[in-house]
Design a protein around this ligand. Structure first.
Ligand SMILES: CC(C)(COP(=O)(O)OP(=O)(O)OC[C@H]1O[C@@H](n2cnc3c(N)ncnc32)[C@H](O)[C@@H]1OP(=O)(O)O)[C@@H](O)C(=O)NCCC(=O)NCCS
Length: 190
């Protein structure tokens, strides 16, 4: 991640259609995330296997320099994390039973970022990265947040519903962000 951070952030900013310059604002946070317990990251790269002299098995050096097309990462949720604190206060405001909150928070993987470069979207890469990211996890479930979209009409929502994610909180406002978000989750393994 350290080595490919500028490329990863470019994929993120392009996919989310954020203004240029957002990369610099997120860089330190993404690096800090790599030091969290249970951090895992997967990426999709473009490789021309026909030109590979080893008959289709890419060398590590090829992979390190290949164009990045997608990135996904997450880590184990923990009580000292801002995101967990926000989700707990959202659940409390909804009147969720404290026992249920404890059950949800005790063992989950936070799917923090999932982004496919715009020209590579719509070919199944997002689903493939999600499946690989969640494979072999030992948490009991996965949680994520995604912006609310009218009618759940975008690829992110279609992907999460197809993979069986259900509602945990809807129309939630994280501190400092005017946009409504949904918190979604599902049991693991996927
Ligand atoms: C959301 C996002 C990660 C989904 O990834 P994706 O690779 O575009 O989409 P999926 O993996 O879900 O693939 C679905 C599409 O691929 C197609 N597909 C699936 N398997 C395929 C395959 N083997 N070959 C070709 N196409 C395939 C499906 O038909 C579907 O097409 P459709 O959406 O036009 O009906 C991606 O679109 C993205 O980065 N969006 C912007 C950023 C964002 O919203 N991130 C999430 C914020 S929480």
């Amino acid at each position: 991640m350290k080595r490919r951070l500028p490329d990863a952030l470019r994929v993120y900013v392009d996919a989310m259609r954020y203004p240029r310059g957002t990369e610099e604002q997120r860089a330190a946070l993404w690096l800090e995330h790599t030091r969290r317990a249970g951090w895992k990251c997967v990426a999709a790269v473009a490789l021309d296997l026909d030109e590979d002299p080893d008959g289709g098995v890419p060398a590590t050096t090829d992979l390190l320099d290949a164009e990045l097309r997608g990135i996904a990462y997450g880590y184990r949720g923990a009580p000292d994390q801002w995101w967990q604190q926000q989700v707990i206060s959202g659940l409390q405001r909804n009147g969720t039973d404290p026992g249920r909150i404890a059950e949800l928070m005790v063992s989950y993987f936070e799917l923090t970022e999932l982004h496919i470069a715009p020209r590579a979207q719509g070919h199944g890469l997002g689903e493939a990265l999600t499946r690989r990211l969640l494979a072999g996890r030992d948490e009991s479930h996965v949680l994520l947040s995604t912006p609310e979209i009218n009618g759940e009409a975008n690829r992110a929502w279609r992907l999460y519903r197809r993979l069986g994610f259900g509602d945990v909180i809807r129309d939630y406002h994280f501190a400092g962000d005017p946009r409504p978000f949904a918190i979604l989750g599902r049991p693991l393994p996927l």
